[in-house]
Design a protein around this ligand. Structure first.
Ligand code: HT7
Ligand code: ZN
Length: 873
């Protein structure tokens, strides 16, 4: 397969102004008739051929302006159609046949539980009909869906319903019209036996919008949270961005088989059922919050993505980075802002940093790709959001709103570029973002080495910052980036933020300094006492900050930093230093000794007066094994696991009384609600329980069993079950697992949790369990949620996946090879852990590489080919 290059972009020679589609549904032979009104661009020559994408389509007939084309007037291959001569303006009619039932890739039109649905982003529309499948071709659509009255009583498409009626042979039809021109990647169709939950929203201009969530009958009671999230999101977008919804109807449909979380099709969002269905008995707090975030994200796309879309797929972060930023702000406003930031950064630093340091590293705006679905990544989404956040912080909230207003107004109905977005921010703020644009083109995470010195004699503090971005594939040399560093100086005597004076200018107690060069020393004057610097507050830039903090400095910041994020980060850094020692001790076979400072810090947290329970829960959470691994030059999975377990158990032994007190103080009999207060209480209680269960003493076990049996809500039940299954008490775990599995056998989303809990336990029998569970009737390789819940979760189980006999790698590879045939997109994503082979010892490197080579020998989809080729380059 050949890459596509950003530098080769050409505007389309032909545009489609209007598309009329008729679908006559059938599992094996759906007929799709298209009538496309097409115009040649005024810049294009009269002899420019018309090129239409089309894959897996059986062409029945083709006509231009009602004249049938014979096979000599076009060329057809497996990529599409090439018509050498067409008029300046014409109507192209095509009739094709497709087989939704055989579509296991879940791109284009496919079936899920017998229901028809579509996924067209990024390039799925070409599996539906012949079309210029590119985002800069925008058309209005009129769509007629014909289905069986019994099997498909509900027939949905984008926009507004305009007509419906019965046909012969028990068939019926519905016609939908979408007045907003859109790229074909936003096309959607759904047909099946679905039930609807309806509500309404009155927009800021007083228009009433009907809101519908369509689900299978058994799931009608699981839609309330998604619906209330949708209404909150609609109100938030009006208030925060002045964006109003623009159709009379907004629909969400839940489907069981879906490659990602959800899809923002105009007026007809299609969701993975995991991203929409919640019930206190089936979904955890985390799932409730995830649903709220995804519902909001898809809704926000109506403006950032649909009304203003991407010129080409290289600009993907234009809509995704911006929309993630928008959903992050929404969730922060709706829940606990500090916790949202801590959780987002924690995930980002673990997963995106790893991506940026691996063989698939790419810029936020890549300059080439073989398969665009491989680029729906943490870099495009999350790093893209961090860059938008930096922009917001650079121009300030007010200007940012002016900039986004300008962007939406100026480019409404257009397909644009990242320059257009940043250009609006430059225009309203008068700032020059030419250096800043490097964030979009340069891959890799910058390392910032910081060094500070206090000059007692002159009352000055000298802070030197040095930046260096490591080489990434295809980018050996990096230029300096514009890095905004938000900071404070915390006086060691007063424990207060000191006023920052730089170049005679008083900046206040919390300020942003700008690193634009490779190295710069900032001299702060009038510094009356020796400070500890608090750097990169709120994670003001997506960089790795290295400062030689002593453990005393960190313990000081943990209690005195005025920035909540950095207080949490100081705790993480302190724990990491202690973990470093323990990892070394484990490797050297010497006795492990717990760092008292960590125990003391935890004791202060547990017994102190911190009122924000949600933040407290985060502060009591140790860095994950994956994040600890990120800090190590060569990852030693066993030493990391042993060291972290040692810290958990030492804390549990030393602070048992305190953990029990915290547990008991946070038990509540209140009916479940996903409110920030209740979620915080449950997090705190369940963290305390996890520490207590790490030593498996009688009281911990009793609390855990009681919590499981109380069956109050899924958050508590899942935590209790996980702790039992991850303990060595199989005598208690087995009956609980069995009871849970039997009780929820009918609910696929709960069974996903049942799979994940079992395959993430640290005990050595997991590999056999994965193999056994793959034969379970509830498991299917064709369902992406099941693959993620069982195989994906196993690959995150660090000690077991990285077994020294290589069997973990082999199992993953077997699955990848099979999925490469069934669902290339999911197969390519599943390979990720193997692509990180350079991070491990030589033995594991060899084992991982040999599995990648085994994949490479197969006849590969372009998705898997691209990932494996990069991994082995
Ligand atoms: N914009 C949506 C992307 C998406 C997708 C991409 C490739 C293959 C399948 C997909 N399903 C959804 C999701 C979003 O970011 O909102
Ligand atoms: Zn998105």
């Amino acid at each position: 397969p050949q890459p596509v290059f950003l530098s080769d972009y050409q505007p389309p020679a032909y545009r489609v102004t209007h598309a009329e589609l008729t679908f006559d549904l059938d599992p094996d032979a759906t007929r799709v008739k298209a009538r496309l009104s097409i115009e040649r661009h005024s810049d294009a020559d009269a002899d420019t051929p018309l090129i239409l994408n089309g894959e897996h389509l059986k062409l029945i007939s083709l006509a231009i302006d009602e004249k049938a084309l014979d096979a000599s007037s076009y060329q057809l291959d497996e990529k599409g159609l090439h018509i050498a001569q067409v008029p300046e303006r014409f109507v192209l009619e095509s009739d094709v046949e497709i087989a939704p039932q055989e579509n296991t890739a879940l791109e284009g039109l496919y079936q899920s539980n017998g229901m028809y649905c579509t996924q067209c982003e990024a390039e799925g529309f070409r599996r539906i009909t012949f079309y210029p499948d590119r985002p800069d071709v925008m058309a209005t659509f009129k769509v007629t869906v014909i289905g069986d009255q019994q099997r498909e009583p509900v027939l949905l498409a984008n926009g507004n319903p305009i007509e419906r009626g019965n046909l012969e042979g028990g068939r019926h039809f519905a016609t939908w019209e979408d007045p907003h021109p859109k790229p074909c990647y936003l096309f959607a169709l759904v047909a099946g036996n679905l039930h609807c939950v309806e509500d309404h929203f009155t927009t800021m201009s007083g228009r009433e919008v009907t809101l519908q969530i369509w689900v299978e009958k058994d799931n009608v009671d699981k839609t309330e949270h998604a619906m209330s999230s949708l209404k909150r999101a609609m109100a938030w977008d009006e208030q925060a961005y002045g964006r109003e919804y623009d159709l009379d109807l907004f629909m969400i449909v839940a489907v069981n088989d879906f490659n990602m979380g959800a899809m923002e099709n105009k007026g007809l969002n299609i969701f993975n059922s995991a991203a929409v269905l919640t019930h206190p008995h089936t979904a955890t707090d985390a799932a409730f919050q995830n649903v709220e975030g995804i519902v909001a994200h898809e809704y926000f796309h109506n403006w950032s993505g649909n009304r203003v879309t991407c010129r080409d797929w290289f600009q993907l972060s234009l809509k995704e980075g911006f929309t993630v930023f928008r959903d992050q702000c929404f969730s922060a406003d709706t829940n606990s802002a500090p916790v949202k930031r801590i959780q987002d950064v924690s995930f980002f630093r673990t997963a995106q940093f790893a991506e940026d340091a691996g063989p698939t590293a790419h810029p936020i705006r890549p300059d080439r790709f073989i398969e665009i679905t491989n680029f729906y990544t943490l870099t495009i989404y999350e790093k893209g959001a961090e860059v938008v956040r930096m922009l917001r912080n650079l121009v300030g909230e007010e200007r940012f709103r002016q900039g986004s207003d300008l962007y939406f107004e100026r480019f409404d109905g257009q397909a644009v570029t990242i320059e257009d977005f940043v250009g609006c921010m430059a225009e309203v703020s008068g700032q020059d973002f030419s250096q800043f644009m490097r964030w979009y083109s340069q891959a890799g995470t910058p390392d910032i080495d910081a060094h500070g010195e206090y000059d007692y004699v002159h009352g000055e503090y000298h802070l030197t910052l040095r930046q260096r971005t490591p080489a990434t594939p295809g980018q050996p040399n990096k230029l300096p980036l514009h890095i905004p560093v938000r900071m404070g100086l915390v006086g060691t005597k007063s424990g207060q933020d000191l006023t920052l004076t730089l170049n005679d200018e008083k900046l206040g107690k919390d300020a942003v300094i700008h690193l634009r060069d490779n190295e710069k020393t900032f001299i702060f004057t009038d510094v009356a006492e020796a400070p500890v610097p608090s750097l990169l507050r709120e994670f003001s830039a997506p960089v790795k900050l290295h400062y030689p903090y002593s453990r005393e400095d960190l313990a000081f910041l943990l209690t005195h930093d005025s920035d909540g994020f950095n207080r949490w980060d100081a705790g993480q850094r302190l724990a990491l230093l202690a973990l470093d020692d323990l990892i070394a001790a484990h490797r050297n076979g010497v006795e492990k000794v717990m760092d008292n400072r960590v125990t003391e810090a935890f004791k202060t947290l547990l017994t102190g007066s911190m009122s924000d329970k949600a933040v407290l829960a985060e502060m009591l959470t140790l860095p994950s094994e994956a994040y600890i691994a990120e800090q190590q030059p060569i990852v030693d999975v066993d030493a990391i696991h042993a060291a972290r377990e040692f810290v958990r158990q030492s804390l549990a032994v030393a602070l048992r009384k305190e953990f029990i007190a915290v547990y008991e103080a946070n038990v509540t009999e209140q009916p479940y609600a996903p409110t920030p207060e209740q979620i915080a209480q449950r997090s705190l209680k369940n963290i305390a329980l996890a520490y207590l269960m790490s030593i498996e003493d009688e009281q911990g076990l009793a609390l855990c069993e009681a919590q499981f049996s109380a069956d109050h809500n899924m958050t508590d039940v899942r935590q209790a079950l996980t702790l039992l299954v991850h303990s060595d008490r199989d005598d208690l775990a087995s009956p609980a697992l069995k009871a849970f599995g039997e009780k929820w056998a009918h609910d696929p989303l709960v069974m996903d949790q049942w799979f994940t809990i079992q395959v993430s336990r640290p005990q050595a029998d997991v590999l056999e369990r994965v193999k056994y569970l793959m034969q379970h009737p509830a498991f299917s390789l064709k369902n992406p949620n099941k693959v993620r819940a069982l195989i994906g979760a196993f690959a995150q189980n660090r000690v077991n996946f990285h077994r020294l006999d290589g069997q973990g790698y082999q199992l993953l590879t077997d699955v990848v090879i099979e999925l490469n045939r069934l669902n290339p997109e999911i197969a390519a994503r599943l390979i990720t852990p193997l692509t990180r082979w350079q991070r491990f010892d030589e033995t594991r490197q060899g084992l991982m590489r040999s599995q990648l080579e085994r994949i490479q020998k197969e006849p590969l989809s372009s998705n898997v080919y691209e990932v494996v080729e990069k991994a082995l380059a």
